[in-house]
Structure formats: C-alpha cells, structure tokens
Design a protein around this ligand. Structure first.
Ligand SMILES: CC(C)(COP(=O)(O)OP(=O)(O)OC[C@H]1O[C@@H](n2cnc3c(N)ncnc32)[C@H](O)[C@@H]1OP(=O)(O)O)[C@@H](O)C(=O)NCCC(=O)NCCS
Length: 420
C-alpha cells in the first residue's frame, strides 16, 4: 500500500486517520491555506472552511478530512504528513445495453425538428458519434467521492507521503459499505499523471467561455419577455429561496432522462453513464461560502440578489421546468461561472446566456464560463468558444467492486459543476 519511498523514509510506520480532533482539523486548514488561499487571513479561511464542512448531503454523505501521520499520532497537529478532503455525494449510474442500431439523424435534420437539446442526450450523441438504438436501462443510485485539497506540508514533500495517503484513501473507499462508493473523482491542478499513477483516469475537461467581445452575437435575439409578440416565455429571476423547488425538479428530470436515453453506443456494447446529481444543500453551502468570501476575502461588499434566471411559460397551465441557469460569482477571475444549465432549444440557451452576460456586465466582470457543454449547435449559435482546460483536469476512478460489471464508459455532469 505505502509507496517504497515512504517505507524507506525516516518514518517507518504510517497511519491514515479520519481527522476528528479540532486542533488537527484546524491545522490541516492552516497548512493548506499557504497553497489554496495565501491571500486570505487565517481567520477568514477557517470560517470559510467551517461553512464548507458543514454541508449536509444526506445520511452517510458529506465532508471528511483524512490525514497521514506516524502511527499513534492521529491527535497530534504537528505530526500531519499529508492530508486530503473527501466529499461523498449522491450520484446515479445508468447502465445502457444496446439491442439494435440505426444511423443518427444528420445535424440538419436535428435542426429542422428543433430537436430537444437535452443535456444527457447530446453528450451521448456527440461522444459516441453514434447510433440510434433500442436499449435497456438499469438505473442505480450511487455514492461518489470527490477528492479535494490534497496537501503535503512543504517540509515533508517528495517523500512519497501524498502517494501513500491517496492509496490508503482509495483502499478505504473501496472497502466502505455504508454507503458503498462506486466512483471517485477530482480536479487535478498539477500534472495529472500524478493521479493517473494512482488509478484515476483522465477525462475530458473543457470550459466554454463567453467574453464581452462576443456579446455582438446577441442583439438580434428575439425577446422572450411576455410583452414581445409571439413570446412563449418570460424571464424570472432565481433567488436562493427558489433553490429547493428548482433543484428537486431538475433532479427528477435528470433521473427520467438517465432512464430513457435513446442515443446509444454501437450494438452489443454496454455503456455506463454516470452523473452527479445536483444537490440543493451543495448549492446553498456554495452561496454561503461565496457571500462570505466576497465580503471577507475579496472585500467586495455587494449583495447577491439573483443566482440565475428561469424561463417560465406564459401559458399559466404549463409548469414544466424547461430552461434555467444557476450561476455563481468569481471576482478573482472576473467571471460568472455557470453551475447548472438546462435548456431544450438553442434559442432558450441564448436567452439564458444573455442574462448571464448582462449580470457579468453589471458586476464589471469580463466573462461567463460553463464547463463541458458539449453541444455543437449551441456553440455555433452563441459564439462561445470551447477550450480545453489547461490548468485543471478531471480525473475519475472506478472502485473495484464491480457493481455494474465492466468499466465506466462515460461520465457527464449535464453542465453541472462537479466541484460544487
Ligand atoms: C502535490 C503534493 C500533494 C504532492 O505531495 P508529496 O507528498 O510531495 O507527493 P509524493 O512525495 O507522494 O510525490 C511527489 C511527486 O509528485 C509529483 N508532483 C508533486 N507536485 C507536483 C506538481 N506541482 N506538478 C506535477 N507533479 C507534481 C512529482 O512527480 C513528485 O515527484 P518528485 O518529488 O520526484 O518531484 C504536494 O506537492 C502539495 O501539497 N502541493 C501543493 C498543493 C497541491 O498542488 N495539491 C494538489 C492539488 S490537485
């Protein structure tokens, strides 16, 4: 389990401990502030960490901190050799088995039908370069481990401690039963081979950027306000008090989409399609942290009044959640970052992005970004440009207990920021 370098180091016996001692937990945060928030005061960073760790994601889920220490030193804050944080989150696997195939409609046909731009379907279609098939689905709730804030104090670096700790953490997760963890993921800010050597597989990680210069693509957009002729929707602001209703409905829609994706891989192959489910409490905690950071770390004293918009049908009898966006504010990189996006048509997407753009302009930011929106029609229509992330990679590891057999073919977040 422990890397040879750690075994031969001056500390022969190491132990992985779930940090519970308040002094150890505090020391972990003080240590990693050097790297993750050097500009913040200790006090502000600790308060932000308190908000972050209090997130309630349901039974068996939530935030924990693991430390590597010399055996027997689990309660000694000065003995931390390396540390990692884990957030267990609810997710969903759809195992799709194809029966027959036929060609996909061409892009032109898709446009003619104004085909629904369901997030999941488009990801499947474009990734598989695919076939339309009859398929069976098994849907399973899973727990997914998000690994973050991996940190070795500077004086202990290059002795194999982070490697040893991550191997032990992975081993723990593999053998955990309540809940069973099927998958782990992280965003690597360093050369991803470091994580690949430990079993994490590198996945595509891209972001779309809409900068101010591109806003010229929007002026001709037909208005969707109720006052406009032929308008089908009006734009409603989304506030934190709307989160419960929107997220719950969004999750229900995701479940049904996951259960009946019709676009498939070549005949005879199984697809394991995984998504992390958006979680109301994750959003809530996120906004609490953002408010705190804006005020106490970035020193921006500006209230957050809306966290997105929703397109509401002007037909009062129709209550469906067709299109919405939830965003967050990142002053340090002068951007609005989209956390969750749902749309059926390109026109709806344009309306949502236009609102995000307006909000960015009001805050004096230079861009709007969204991760992994893999939809070519949408890209063409919005003038967004898609770039591979060069500073962050998504890495995913499947646990070995083979709940579903075979490997995970595809992981998608349906335009949901996993790091939330
Ligand atoms: C990354 C980190 C956790 C590694 O801890 P460690 O205990 O020194 O790691 P190990 O001794 O097990 O492995 C060291 C190897 O990791 C790799 N590595 C470490 N930092 C790296 C970096 N910034 N970029 C690329 N590879 C890196 C190198 O291959 C290194 O080998 P070397 O010592 O021969 O150069 C540590 O450098 C750290 O805390 N960095 C700051 C926080 C951070 O970047 N965390 C990762 C966020 S994704």
């Amino acid at each position: 389990m422990i890397s040879s370098r750690a075994n031969t180091a001056t500390v022969p016996e190491l132990e992985l401990v779930l940090a519970s001692d308040p002094d150890v937990i505090k020391q972990v945060w003080i240590n990693n502030k050097v790297h993750f928030a050097p500009y913040a005061s200790d006090e502000a960073w600790l308060e932000k960490s308190r908000i972050r760790t209090n997130v309630d994601l349901g039974p068996g889920m939530g935030h924990s901190i693991w430390v590597l220490v010399p055996r027997g030193k689990g309660n000694d804050p000065t003995s931390i050799l390396s540390a990692a944080h884990i957030i267990l989150r609810p997710g969903l696997i759809s195992k799709i088995t194809s029966k027959a195939t036929s060609e996909l409609p061409t892009n032109k046909e898709l446009n003619a039908q104004e085909l629904k731009h369901s997030n999941t379907q488009h990801i499947l279609a474009s990734q598989q370069n695919g076939h339309l098939t009859e398929s069976t689905h098994e849907l399973k709730e899973i727990a997914v481990a998000y690994v973050l804030l991996v940190f070795t104090p500077i004086e202990h670096r290059s002795r194999g401690f982070a490697n040893a700790m991550l191997r032990m953490v992975m081993d723990k997760l593999k053998h955990q039963t309540d809940p069973v963890v099927d998958l782990s993921y992280l965003f690597s800010a360093i050369e991803p081979t470091f994580y690949a050597n430990l079993g994490w597989q590198m996945m595509r990680s891209r972001e779309l950027v809409l900068d101010q210069l591109k806003s010229h693509v929007f002026p001709d957009l037909p208005l969707v306000d109720a006052s406009a002729a032929g308008a089908k929707y009006r734009i409603n602001n989304v506030t934190e008090s709307d989160l419960r209703e929107i997220v719950n409905e969004d999750v229900e829609l995701l479940r049904s989409e996951m259960a009946k994706c019709t676009l498939e891989a070549p005949r005879g192959q199984n697809l394991h399609f995984v998504t992390i489910l958006p979680h109301e409490e994750a959003f809530r905690t996120h906004f609490e942290m953002t408010r705190y950071s804006n005020l106490h770390i970035d020193h921006i004293n500006r209230p957050i009044t809306r966290i997105g918009v929703r397109l509401v049908s002007i037909d009062e009898h129709y209550k469906g959640l067709d299109a919405f966006v939830i965003w967050t504010y990142i002053p340090s990189s002068s951007r609005i970052c989209i956390l969750r996006l749902r749309y059926q048509t390109v026109h709806q997407l344009q309306c949502l992005l236009r609102e995000a753009m307006k909000e960015a302009q009001e805050w004096g930011f230079s861009m709007v970004s969204v991760w992994d929106l893999n939809d070519k029609d949408a890209l063409a229509a919005t003038g967004m440009f898609n770039r591979d992330r060069t500073s962050w990679w998504l890495c995913v590891a499947q646990m070995e207990h083979e709940n579903f057999g075979g490997s995970i073919t595809m992981v998608a977040n349906g335009a949901y920021t996993w790091g939330l």
